[in-house]
Design a protein around this ligand. Structure first.
Ligand SMILES: [Zn+2]
Length: 92
């Protein structure tokens, strides 16, 4: 992982951090050269718990658009998770 400040390769992983605002998991890194911390933000990772909540809402017949609004994610993300968990399910 290249440092986003100085582009050095001398970085080490510093574990994960949960962003409480949208419940996403971000991987943290530390740069040995410029001694700064940065996180892998472009690759959004959601926790399993968060995904399950979204899928639960879908199972209780909430509309994809409403779910997306509540959880602040895109409707296509909602559909993607639901399809992945229930491949045989017909999306309504
Ligand atoms: Zn750096």
């Amino acid at each position: 992982m290249k440092c986003k400040y100085c582009l050095s390769d001398h970085t080490v992983s510093d574990g994960y951090r949960i962003n409480k605002k949208n419940n996403t998991k971000v991987k943290k890194f530390y740069c040995k050269d410029c001694k700064k911390y940065f996180s892998e933000q472009y690759e959004k990772k959601y926790t399993e718990e968060f995904k399950n909540k979204v899928i639960d809402c879908h199972n209780s017949r909430m509309s994809t658009r409403d779910i997306a609004k509540i959880f602040n994610i895109s409707p296509s993300t909602v559909l993607y998770w639901v399809k992945k968990n229930f491949p045989a399910l017909k999306i309504h």
